[in-house]
Write a protein that binds this ligand. Structure first.
Ligand SMILES: Cc1ncc(COP(=O)(O)O)c(C=O)c1O
Length: 347
């Protein structure tokens, strides 16, 4: 059966060059900072993000967790989008492991905070509320539909954070998608952030791994917390070798995924049951509503999965599709054909 996997860009397989690089990688024990390939990746990643230092971590989830643990103390508060990954998709780790309270805020259709509301949720003095110490920004914003936060919006949030002596962390799991979609250098999106996490294992096609970057002092503490969480992985050069290829060769091609997402979104608009906010399709993610009287979103997703087209049902009538390097235009045309057939067979 022909499979078209639109569940996530995390399904991308490493390239042949990555597999070769894994075989040839020079390795050492990263627990002693002895792995030359990992050290090289960390230096490259820090340069890309315009930060003093960087650390290779097993996942984006652990990277964000470490950043929150460095920036906050238990009992403090952090502000993020209500649907931010750290609030919705981490099995509750922020609450369970950091001891912080999240103040979740609504964002607009483009994934942006209302800055007046953001500032009004900062608490420094009222003893009844957690003291706010951190703002977490997600760029691109996954559940807003892969929308991008601009350098100007980031600067505005930074201005508010600094006015109140808060830290700003960027969950940039897909920040390269955001930079490519906006035609800006990554540093434009990271400059104002005290720390940044980005994933190598999503659209950049590495099999495993993410990066956190910040000041030398931030990374020194992050290294200690990574150890505490069991995130020291020893001969990580085998994985870091792929990360180097991700940064060197896989960034510019993300534009192709964005073109495919727009192509797919435009075509979905013409299929019964789908409603898409086209203006939110800015990168490689399409959040869609699907509803027909005789077919719920979940039923539709289950139905097309049986025909080899994999999507994610998020909640209620909302689902998600993500384009990536292992999908061609022809795969997308095939998926569209299956969607049309499925909808046309509903009584
Ligand atoms: C916005 C965002 N942040 C963080 C993560 C976590 O990354 P990982 O799957 O590597 O833990 C994801 C994963 O999809 C994500 O979409």
């Amino acid at each position: 059966m022909r499979i078209v996997d639109l569940r996530s860009d995390t399904v991308t397989k490493p390239t042949l060059k990555m597999r070769q690089a894994m075989k040839d990688a020079e390795v050492g024990d990263d627990g002693f900072s002895d792995d030359p390939t990992t050290n090289r990746l960390e230096t490259m990643a820090a340069d890309c993000a315009g930060k003093e230092a960087a650390l290779f971590v097993p996942s984006g989830t652990m990277g964000n967790l470490i950043a929150i643990m460095v920036h906050t103390k238990p009992g403090e508060g952090l502000i993020c989008d209500r649907f931010a990954h750290i609030n919705t998709m981490v099995a509750g780790n922020t609450a369970a492991l950091t001891g912080t309270t999240i103040s979740p805020l609504d964002v607009d259709e483009s994934g942006n905070f209302d800055l007046v509301e953001l500032e009004s949720h900062i608490n420094l003095d009222n003893i009844h509320f957690p003291r706010t110490s951190l703002i977490v920004l997600e760029n691109s914003n996954n559940l807003a539909g892969g929308t991008v936060v601009t350098p100007e919006e980031t600067s505005e949030i930074f201005r508010i954070a600094k006015k109140h002596h808060l830290r700003l962390h960027l969950d940039g799991a897909r920040v390269f998608n955001s930079a490519i979609a906006q035609g800006v250098d990554l540093i434009e999106l990271t400059r104002d952030c005290d720390s940044v996490m980005f994933c190598l294992s999503k659209g950049l096609a590495s099999p495993v791994g993410s990066i956190i970057a910040g000041t030398e002092a931030f990374i020194k503490e992050a290294r200690r917390i990574r150890k505490m969480l069991g995130g020291v992985m020893r001969q990580t050069g085998i994985l870091a070798a792929c990360g180097i290829i991700s940064l060197e060769e896989m960034v510019d091609r993300l534009a192709e995924d964005h073109d495919n997402a727009r192509y797919l979104a435009n075509a979905l608009e013409g299929i019964d049951g789908f409603s898409i906010k086209l203006k939110t399709v800015q990168t490689n993610i399409i959040c869609f509503k699907f509803e027909l009287p005789q077919l719920s979103c979940k039923e539709f997703v289950d139905n097309v999965a049986k025909k080899g087209i994999y999507l994610v049902h998020l909640f209620k009538n909302i689902g998600r599709m993500v384009t990536h390097k292992d999908l061609s235009k022809s795969d997308i045309d095939y998926a569209l054909k299956v969607f049309k057939d499925t909808v046309s067979k509903v009584e």
